[in-house]
Ligand binder design. Structure first.
Ligand SMILES: C[S@@+](CC[C@H](N)C(=O)[O-])C[C@H]1O[C@@H](n2cnc3c(N)ncnc32)[C@H](O)[C@@H]1O
Length: 354
């Protein structure tokens, strides 16, 4: 069996079509967008590749009849790239449009009412007015604090379907440390993988308050509370850098939810790709977390390959990626490893023992 790699031609076609409608999607609600630095476009490019690959792998995995996508910090569906006057589509639209074998349900969680409304209207537009074939009835926009609405939604799904036969891919696009550890545990009750944006700036600021000695008592207390809530325990007190906290977060993922409902909801395999913007002004790790299967993880092997490419990138490459996101996709093949570069065993065609 051929190794799993994304289908570049498929991605290219979708990018072309989406780009034709980018302005119309923006104009549906011009005030409701998310603004990001150009380097953040890389996470969205990586998400395109992830959802394409993930859904094709899960499609081949026997016994899964409810395939879910959770976008726990969903935004409005359109992001503006700072300083470039360029709009591209956000993570919810990517997850709805790109999979060749779509998710059965997509759950989008957004706190701001205006953004949630804009996202719903943009999804309506894509379904009704474009040739992009999305199932609007499979898309659910949950407005409210994700740390409340995500655990409630997971509970409802488990009540309806039990534990077997469901699978989820979660994208947690933190800007700081928004998604609490309790919410991550709730998500772990449904077997599947996480893609987590681990942003450095906000975390390093909170660690700084603990180290500096000149922050107010109240601010130090807030920093303790935020870090505790984010990593789910007191162990952050032993961390003095973002890298140490990231390693702790990964250790937590490795044993997540072991005492919660089901014994097997840990994610012992987790890897990260580091994205560093010009002058270190902007940096984040994209952590991918999954569970071991008998034959390894097809996705992780691919991720290793993507990591090498993304971590080598300079500023020029980022503009190439932004061009690709805007439909000028001639460079796509350079960024996505092809089958000959992704080594895997013959029998790694499914997600295995979920
Ligand atoms: C980084 S942006 C998301 C961008 C989005 N993933 C995309 O690619 O277009 C984070 C979003 O999470 C929302 N948010 C922040 N805290 C939240 C919370 N506790 N519950 C729900 N949404 C929240 C913000 O309003 C913002 O729209």
């Amino acid at each position: 069996m051929a190794p799993q790699t994304p289908d570049n031609e498929w991605i290219r076609q979708k990018l072309d079509t989406l780009t034709d409608y980018a302005d119309k999607l923006y104009n549906i609600h011009p005030g409701a967008t998310n603004e990001i630095g150009p380097w953040a476009a890389l996470k969205l490019f990586h998400l395109i590749v992830t959802v394409d690959l993930y859904t094709r792998i899960i499609h081949k995995t026997n016994g899964i009849d409810r395939k879910l996508y959770f976008d726990v910090l969903a935004g409005s569906g359109i992001v503006e790239l700072e300083d470039l006057e360029v709009n591209i589509y956000g993570s919810p639209i990517i997850a709805a449009v790109f999979p060749e074998y779509p998710f059965d349900e997509l759950h989008f969680f957004e706190g701001k009412e205006e953004r949630a409304t804009a996202l719903s209207q943009r999804l309506d537009y894509i379904a009704d007015e474009t040739p992009l074939d999305i199932d609007r009835d499979a898309c659910f926009v949950h407005q409210g604090d994700a740390n409340q609405t995500v655990p409630e939604t997971v509970e409802d799904i488990i009540q309806e379907s039990g534990y077997s036969g469901t699978n989820q891919l979660t994208f947690a696009d933190n800007e700081r440390m928004e998604i609490s550890w309790e919410t991550m545990i709730a998500l772990s009750r449904i077997w599947g993988d996480y893609l987590i944006n681990f942003q450095h700036k906000g975390i390093s600021r909170e660690l700084g308050y603990l180290e500096s000695g000149d922050a107010s008592e109240q601010r130090i207390e807030t920093a303790h509370r935020k870090l505790h809530r984010f990593v789910g325990g007191q162990q952050y007190r032993d961390c003095s850098s973002v890298d140490e906290l990231r390693d702790l977060y990964k250790q937590q993922l490795a044993t997540i939810g072991e005492e919660y409902d089901k014994p097997n909801n840990n994610r012992p395999i987790n890897k990260q790709i580091r994205v560093t913007g010009a002058g270190d002004r902007y940096s984040y790790d994209l952590i991918y977390a999954t569970r071991e299967t008998d034959s390894g993880s097809p996705y992780i092997q691919f991720m290793d390959n993507m990591r090498d490419r993304i971590e080598r990138m300079s500023g020029d490459n980022v503009s190439d990626v932004i061009d690709i996101m805007q439909g000028n996709a001639t460079g796509l093949d350079e960024f996505i490893p092809d089958a000959s570069e992704v080594k895997r065993d013959e029998d790694q065609s499914s997600l295995g023992d979920f």
